[in-house]
Design a protein around this ligand. Sequence first.
Ligand code: 3H9
Length: 692
Amino acid sequence: MAAVNAVADLTLESDIAVLTIDSPPVNALSAKVRDALRDGFAQAIADPAAKAIVLICAGRTFIAGADIAEFGKPMTGASLPEAQLAIENSPKPVIAAIHGTALGGGFEVALVAHYRVAVPSAKFGLPEIKLGIIPGAGGTQRLPRLIGPEAALEAILSGTPFSAKQAASWGVVDAIVEEGALREGALAFARDVLAKGLPLRKVRDLDDKIAPARGKPETFAAIRKAHAKKFRGFEAWERAIQAVQDAVELPFDEGLARERKTFLELLASPQSRAQRHVFFAERQVWKIADIADTTPTLPIAKVGVIGAGTMGGGIAMNFLNAGLPVTIVETSEMALARGLSVIRKNYENTAKKGRMSAAEVETRMGLLTGVLEIGKLADCDLIIEAVFENMGVKKEIFAKLDAIAKAGAILASNTSYLDIDEIAAATKRPESVLGLHFFSPANVMKLLEVVRGDKTGKPVIATAMALAKRIGKIAALVGVCHGFVGNRMLAQRQREAQKLILEGAMPWDVDRVLYDFGLPMGPFAMSDLAGLDIGWSKETTSSSTIREILCEQDRRGQKTSAGFYDYDENRNAKPSPVVEKIILDFAAAKGINRRVIADAEILERCLYPMINEGAKILEEGKAQRASDIDIVWINGYGWPVYTGGPMFWADTLGLDKVLEALRRYEAEMGEDFRPSALLDRLVAEGKGFKDL
Ligand code: 3H9
């Protein structure tokens, strides 16, 4: 055994050299690993005793890609293409032995080996698109040559890994070997290659899978069309399609050079910088400053949900999907029956789309029990209250829960705004109480705000975070304040949107600006979707807001085919002349002198106060870090991931620019725009949220 460097060893197993990369946690292609590949292969090639070379990794995975932490820093050591050249041009057969996840540059390394073997649990993929880049070490050129341009683009544009079985059926791997016996399997395969005198098979030389697509731009036009909506605003996807088209149309080396150029261009782009920020933010968000990863969690085997409405039902589905039995409570037979049937219908719709079997629908429904007495929740380990937003009602429920729940059970409220500490005070066990704020539709949206009360116990929080992972959510820890992180910031945007339509803009102007920014929809389209009559009542309405007037005229949103917009039978929205008149009349009655409002003002006034509120949230310690706020907005509200989230976006703009605009608006319009002390301080120190 000889060390190649600190992260690699070269050994000789009779006549086969084995190069083992060992660079935890995921054998990412740091400078050391790239050096190890280049130098390890040079040594193995130079050793007359070695007839073939096996490349294998120690630890949990084969190379999981480029080292993302190195991106944007000056390059040191061997380049990846240089290391790949040493492998591909080896005069001795090279066999890549793959376990775990061969992703990105890792997969691209495997693709320059002459043969690939893998264990059944191995996965393969090119996830670069998720980082705002395209594969930069031949992935867009070699994978199409192995599996054809369409399948390759499916892998590249989705970024989703595929299984070893799929890889084998495509010919991406040449043999599947026994789980847990990769090294032996790869050595046996290498001996076989030598015994049979098999050739040095280079993927770059293959042509049969790409030849049929040559001279057929319509193939790629169709792919562009199919993905245009999903990738609205993103830059990398079109470049990825172009790269694969190059693979089909150009000689290999020319395609490879173009791919590299595009990769480097995108790597330097603001979108990629933002998406890399999100990659690390998604991993940071789980870490809690004062709660160790090793904190023991409480066992959760049975869940109770109070309220079978839209929220309660959606929440219950999360746990059913994870195989956890759920008991759901309602106050009347009718409400219970309705709630249960909506859940069933949701599953049946999924089954109709072929994404679930009929048997699975029954398995999940079989885990669900509907009851009318709260006392039936006595054996639940976690109980989530999801009734309407009324402090009195919630306190009453928590007092009852305190009386019936078993010792140690976690008592959670799904409130969007209310004070968790006050709710907890209705019990004699505030250490067991916290907020679990799901976002609607609760079975779909990825975000969960875990609300930490003053007295919430650490094991309770650790359990909630672990449970979030188990049900496939991304959880952010937040503190008690009105609206927590997400809705507290949203309120800023909503307020300005309402003001803007009185001052001169129309709802569709505001919506267009925010849609063009990259949000899935603007505030008025969103209100129409949710229903304008939430919290509205016929009895107390007094034409005091545009919204009230719309409801009074039975314009309650999409469900009545009229709200801020008019809707046709296919729910297509059109600006409404009726609404325009309502707004003009309302503004006139208030004595408002309407003016033309520029798009830039709409954008700044809707988004800068949100950033300012985010700063206040950080100042008050209601979020742990700025990147957690980004995670909340990306996963809970569809904030465009290619800007990195509101706080990262603010850093990109420059906080001095944001501060200057807030001051300007404050001078004109008052305290809604008063900058937070934190923003002031960061600008004075020449820092950004990233420096906190
Ligand atoms: C690329 O390859 C470009 C090439 O085409 C061209 C090159 C020229 N770099 O996710 P986990 C860290 S683009 C640096 O919790 P899991 C991660 O931050 C790259 N660090 O584990 C975390 O650190 P910490 C294409 C990385 O078991 C720790 O490892 N590759 C990288 O749930 C554990 O990560 C990708 O995009 C990295 N590449 O999942 C793959 N990967 O403990 C990205 C991970 O300090 N990685 N870390 O928080 C993954 O998808 C998952 O990490 C993986 C393991 C599936 C591998």
